[in-house]
Every structure is written in C-alpha cells, then in structure tokens.
Design a protein around this ligand. Structure first.
Ligand SMILES: [Zn+2]
Length: 318
C-alpha cells in the first residue's frame, strides 16, 4: 500500500478560479475542467481549498499602493497594463491563486508533490499587472515558505511558452530563489533576465521553412538545463510553472510540441526532481489551445505524471 493512496491532500483548487472575464482567449473554465476529470477518473474526492491570503504574504512581493488599486478595482498606471478586466471577482481569483500556490508549496514540502489547479501567473510585477496576470503567485509562494523557514532555496522552473518576466524581475537580486525560463524568444513579453534563460526561436533564421521547435529540439535543451539547476543550486523546493502553451495547436505560442512531447517534458522535470528528493509544487500558467479540451488534457497529464512518479516510490524509502 502506497503512502500516497489518497490524492486529496495533493490537490489545491477553488471554484473561484472560473472568473467571468468576458469573451477572452484565456479559458478560465480549464481549472474546473481538470478538477472534474480528476474527480471522475482519478479518485479525487475533495481538493484543498485556499482561503484569502493575509496581507503580509502579498506584501512580501507586491507594493501597498498596487494592492490598494486592485482591491478598489481602480484603473491606474499600475493596473492598466493588464489584459484582463478588473472586477471584484477577478481580483478574488488572483488573491486566492496566491493562497493556493502557498498551500501547494506547503503540501509539496510535506508530501513530496502537490498540484495547484491554478496559478502560475508569472508576468505580474511587484507594482504592476502585465498580460493576464495581476498577482505573482509563484513569487508569493516562494517567499512564504522562506519566511516560515520551511525552505531556504527555491527554484522556479518555468516551461510556459512565454518568458516568466515578472518572476525573473522579482528575484533578479535574490540569490536564494533561482529562476529558470525556457520560452519562445520571438514572442511576448519584453524579456527580463532570469538566472537561466533558454530562449528558442520558433523559426530557423537560416533556412526559410526550416525546422521549428519540435519535441526533440525542445527536450534536448530542457533536460540538461534542469539537471544542472537541480545539481548546482540544490533547491529545497521547486515551483513548476507548467504552461500548456508550448503545444503545437496553441493560439498564442509558436512551438510545435505534441501532447506526447509535453508529457515527456513533465516527466523530465518531475522525474529529475523526484530522483533528487526535491519536492515540487505544480502551477498551471498559460494554455490557449484551439480546443480547450487539449489544454485541459495537457494540465491533467502533468498532475498524473507527478502522482505516478511519486507513488511508484517504495514506501520504505520515504
Ligand atoms: Zn504563456
């Protein structure tokens, strides 16, 4: 009998994540989509639910002025760069997403892995919104576990097709948090400098119509980088931002990864962490497949891969 027989303690989710953002490319229904499939197919009975975070947790990353703008739903120079509307419901979604990632970090540290069916909002900066991100839950999570003494060094492994620019900027001068981003160089956003960046072009500049970023090209770049980071930095916790948007049928990405390639991506990162006994907290990030069912399937596979890898571990070794 595995120590990990129940999935419930590993999954963090809130129905508040399905916020109404109007007609938009971001499918907020994907969170519920993954949750419902875990209930129907994987024996999930009850996910852990985040509560509104305390201000102190948010203030470790964000400024007081910016938080006040958000809470007041105000269009200011700090909130205007967001590509989402600003409503009470949407602000609540981001607040709970921060708490959800903190909770997933704590569960990961206790149990080896946890998946937040949400979060991964890596474009948010301390004092401003950007893209589809108001609050940087990854940064709030990393700082929360550092503040309570449960993890000294945290690595953020970000495989979203877009660079984790907000996260990179937040930790630019912090040697205790390692930021890694593998992303499409010729795409949004304006790049910041992570501790390690792999920016891949979606086209071959030397050969028109030449090969783009396929599964094998991508994985050949990813695997050695992840191993280097884990072995050199030796994190006590990894925050895995596993964006679904490097997918070949994504509307906002130019990579050509297949569903199988994305599953191998997850197995590469999660397997390398597990081998080294590094706990992992999963967050979702982007995903804009033409068919939202594909985005859901990609995220679901990440969660299942983590569960498979950690439950395969003999109990005696725990
Ligand atoms: Zn993205």
């Amino acid at each position: 009998m595995s120590a990990d027989s129940s999935i419930d303690q590993h999954i963090v989710y809130s129905t508040a994540y399905e916020a109404d953002i109007g007609a938009h490319v971001f499918p907020t229904e994907k969170f519920r989509g993954v949750f419902e499939r875990l209930v129907a197919e994987d024996g999930l009975e009850r996910a852990l639910e985040p509560e509104r975070p305390d201000r102190e947790a948010l203030l470790r990353v964000h400024t007081e002025d910016y938080l006040r703008d958000l809470e007041g739903g105000r269009h200011t120079e700090r909130t205007i760069a967001s590509e989402l509307p600003i409503t009470g419901e949407i602000v609540e979604w981001f607040m709970l997403s921060c708490a959800g990632t903190v909770l997933a970090c704590r569960q990961a540290l206790a149990l080896g892995w946890a998946a937040h069916l949400g979060g991964g909002f890596h474009h948010a900066f301390p004092a401003r919104a950007e893209g589809f991100c108001y609050l940087n839950d990854l940064a709030v999570g990393a700082r929360a576990v550092q503040a309570d003494g449960s993890a000294e060094r945290v690595a953020i492994i970000d495989v979203d097709v877009h660079q984790g620019n907000g996260t990179a900027a937040i930790f630019a001068r912090d040697p205790t948090v390692f930021t890694f981003s593998i992303h499409q160089e010729d795409n949004y956003p304006i790049k910041e400098r992570s501790d390690r960046d792999i920016g891949l072009l979606s086209f071959d500049p030397h050969r028109i119509g030449g090969p783009t970023v396929t599964d094998s090209v991508y994985l050949a770049e990813l695997e050695p980088a992840v191993i280097d980071i884990l072995d050199d930095f030796r994190p006590h916790l990894v925050l895995y931002q596993c964006g679904a948007d490097p997918y070949q049928h994504d509307q906002l990405g130019g990579f050509r990864l297949t569903l199988e390639g994305l599953a191998r991506r997850d197995a590469t990162v999660l397997g390398a962490c597990h081998e080294r006994r590094v706990p992992v907290a999963i967050t979702f990030g982007g995903g804009y497949a033409i068919d939202v069912a594909d985005t859901i399937a990609i995220h679901l596979e990440t969660v299942r891969t983590a569960r498979r890898i950690w439950t395969a571990e003999p109990q005696a070794e725990r």
